[in-house]
Ligand binder design. Structure first.
Ligand code: SF4
Length: 61
């Protein structure tokens, strides 16, 4: 079960993670993880976003 999602330094603001899973990711200057989200409801899309990130800065645990 995913309990934590982090975006490390290095995001290039491509917007992919937000496109794939807007319930969890939102774009500001760089991508951010929304507060108060139940990650367990979005696990497949979090994994897809993590795999799709071109600079592999999304981490989940
Ligand atoms: S997919 Fe990766 S590089 Fe693109 S906005 Fe999300 S965190 Fe940033």
């Amino acid at each position: 079960m995913i309990s934590k999602v982090t975006i490390n330094d290095g995001c290039i603001s491509c917007g992919l993670c937000e496109q794939i899973c807007p319930e969890v990711f939102e774009m500001a200057d760089v991508a951010k993880v929304r507060a108060g989200v139940d990650f367990s409801q979005h696990e497949d899309k979090i994994k897809e976003a993590t795999e799709s990130c071109p600079v592999t800065v999304i981490i989940f645990e």
